[in-house]
Design a binder for this molecule. Structure first.
Ligand code: NAP
Length: 281
């Protein structure tokens, strides 16, 4: 049976460090504060927002929600972001995405001050990741995957790591972070051929397709370490990862469960970046 790499423990360790940092900031009279920009009232956004606010409250980070109409113009949204950039009480800005189609996504990403860009949307912050500079903000999901690997002491140097995803939110930045740890990285996508041969030869496989239970035992060996970033609903409407846990868990060496794996670390990464932004103010 595989060792389950649970996110709860990773998140707890990140929160311990964060608590000490928040105390030190409070002694200097600084309170880390997250500004959340939400357009409309999509239930998914509302539920994510509630969970962020609860996590902020629990650890001593303030949060302020700026809700705007779904029909807001790009210029009006940029005006709001510029106000938050100037606001000395706001340490970090999170804009919920995807934005409606009529909004110029690039213009919004570029409007956020790189110093308050806790979700790593600004091209300058992403560029740093691609240059191998990991001191600043990072996209939260890839960073959560990296922190999980680090927490469980999974060696990466010289190892074959396969990432199945080439999006800018997950696969590409994650590949750069893994390269930075001297892993040999292969990026796969929907046109990749013989995917099962590639994954069976890997030491670590990161799956992030967004297709419930796609990966069964044919993709892995008893040496495989599987990091499952995918989150979707299976045919019974239950939250599931990309790996079919029932089939894969008895075979592989280690695996992150869904729910309770990488997703449980992501919010802690976001909050730790709010603390970092506050420290740098
Ligand atoms: P995305 O933009 O749709 O990317 C999916 C990737 O999977 C693409 O690169 C796609 O290839 C590839 N792919 C699709 N079908 C494939 C196949 N049959 N074989 C090989 N590759 C295939 O999605 P995303 O935004 O990156 O998110 C991916 C997953 O991660 C989703 O389940 C999402 O819910 C989850 N996610 C989780 C968290 C978290 O905190 N845990 C955060 C963000 C996202 P092409 O490029 O060729 O289309």
């Amino acid at each position: 049976m595989a060792e389950l790499l649970r996110g709860k423990e990773v998140a707890a360790s990140i929160k311990d460090t964060m608590r000490r940092d928040i105390e030190a900031l409070k002694e200097e009279g600084k309170i880390p504060t997250l500004g959340i920009v939400r357009l409309g009232d999509n239930p998914g956004d509302i539920s994510y927002e509630r969970s962020i606010i609860k996590n902020c409250d629990n650890i001593g980070i303030q949060s302020k929600v700026f809700e705007r109409d779904l029909n807001i113009k790009t210029e009006e949204l940029i005006e709001l972001i510029e106000e938050l950039n100037e606001d000395q009480e706001i340490s970090g800005i999170l804009v919920f995405r995807p934005l409606p189609d009529h909004i110029d996504d690039d213009a919004v990403r570029e409007a956020i001050s790189p110093a308050k860009d806790v979700d790593c949307m600004h091209p300058l912050n992403l560029e740093k990741i691609f240059e191998g500079n990991l001191d600043g903000f990072a996209p939260c999901t890839p960073k959560a995957a990296m922190e999980t690997l680090k927490f469980y002491d999974i060696p990466l140097e010289g190892k074959n790591v396969v990432v199945i995803n080439r999006s800018m939110v997950v696969g590409k930045p994650l590949a750069m972070m893994l390269l930075n740890e001297n892993a040999t990285v292969t990026i796969c996508h929907s046109r990749t051929q013989k995917l099962d041969e590639i994954t069976r030869n890997a030491d670590v496989v990161v799956v992030a397709l967004g297709s419930a239970k796609f990966f069964d035992e044919k993709y892995f060996t008893d040496r495989s370490i599987v990091i499952d970033v995918g989150v979707s609903l299976d045919e019974d409407g239950k939250l599931s990862g990309d790996a079919d846990l029932d089939k894969v868990e008895p075979l592989v060496d280690k695996i992150t469960p869904v729910p309770g794996g990488v997703g449980a670390v992501t919010t802690s990464i976001l909050l730790s970046q709010v603390v970092l932004a506050c420290k740098n103010m």
